[in-house]
Design a protein around this ligand. Sequence first.
Ligand SMILES: N[C@@H](CCC(=O)N[C@@H](CS)C(=O)NCC(=O)O)C(=O)O
Length: 333
Amino acid sequence: MTTTAVKDGEFRIKPSTFRNTISKDPDAIFTPEKLVYCNGVSCRSSWLFKLLFFVVLALCRDRYHLYIARSCPFSHRAAIVRALKRLEDIIGLSVVDSVMSEKGWKFSTPEETPGCIPDTVNNAQYLNELYFKVNPDYDGRYTVPVLWDKKLQAIVNNESSEIIRIFNDAFDDFVPETRGKTFYPKHLASEIDKINDWIYNKINTGVYKCGFAETQDDYMNHIGLLFEALDDVEAILSKNKFLVGNTFTEADIRLWTTIVRFDPVYHTLFKTNLKTIKHDYPNILRWTRQIYKIPKVADTVNMTHIKNGYFKNMKKINPHGIVPVYDGPDLSL
Ligand SMILES: N[C@@H](CCC(=O)N[C@@H](CS)C(=O)NCC(=O)O)C(=O)O
C-alpha cells in the first residue's frame, strides 16, 4: 500500500477512475452474465473450431473477475460482499502479494506467499498491467480492488463502494440462495448514505489522516476527530445491534474492515493510540466479533497479509519494515 495522499497537507484518497456499473438495462455495456455467450459456433463449424471454442469457453467460464489485496480495507469490503452473496462461482478472484514491488502490487504464487492467488485471467505479473491494457496512457494509481470484464477486456469499476453495490444485486438471477438478500435496503438507503459519508471521512480515512500527518497540530486535530467519531459509534452500538436500523448493512461492512485493522495496525503504525478497541470500546468489540462470526466472513481476514501490507509497505513511516507481533483481539470469542 503506498501513500495515497494528495500533497496539500492533508491525507485524501484520490477518486477512482473506472466507475461503470453492471446492469440488466438493454443498453448497458456491462450486463450480468455467468457464461460467455456461445454465438458463432454451430453444427456446421469444423471440429477443430468447436474444440478451440469450447477450450476458450472453459477458460473464461465467467465474465467478471475481482482483483484484491487482503491487506487493503477497501478490497476487503468487496471480498466480504462477494462471499456473503455467494458469488464465488460467478466472480473469479485474484489476490495480490501483500508486499508491494517497485511497480506496485504484484502477483505471487501461493507457494511464494501463502494466501496469494495469481492472475490466471490476464497472466499479469503486476496489477499495473491491467490498467495499461485498458489504457496505455493511464497515469493514475494502480489500486485494488479492480472488477475486470473478461469479455470486453475492460475494467468495469475500481471503486470499492460501487463494487459492493454491484455485487449486492446484479447477479441475483444466478444465485437463488442469496437472491434478494440486500446490504442496501431501499428504506434505509438515505440513512446508510449519511452514515457511510460520516464514517468514511472521520474513521475510514481518519486513521490515514493521523498516520500521514506531517505536523503535530495536524495529528492532534485528526486524532481528536477520529476518537470523537469512535465514541459516537460506541454510543450507537450500545443501543443498537448494528449501525443502521438494527439491520446488518453495507455501513457495517464498510466500518468493520477498518475496525479489524485498528488495534493490530493503526494503533501502532498510525499512532492512533488514545484508546484501543479491545480495552475501551466494549460495544464495538461485541459488534466486531458478531460480524466475524457470520459464516464466510472470517475466511476473508488474513492478518499476516494485513500486517505485512501496512508495516512492510509503508516505509516512509516504518522505515525498517518491522512487523509487530500483536494480531489484535481474538475475534472468534
Ligand atoms: N477509492 C478506492 C481506494 C482504493 C485504495 O486506495 N487502494 C489502495 C490499497 S488499500 C491501493 O491499491 N493503493 C495502491 C497505490 O496507491 O498505488 C476504493 O475504495 O476502492
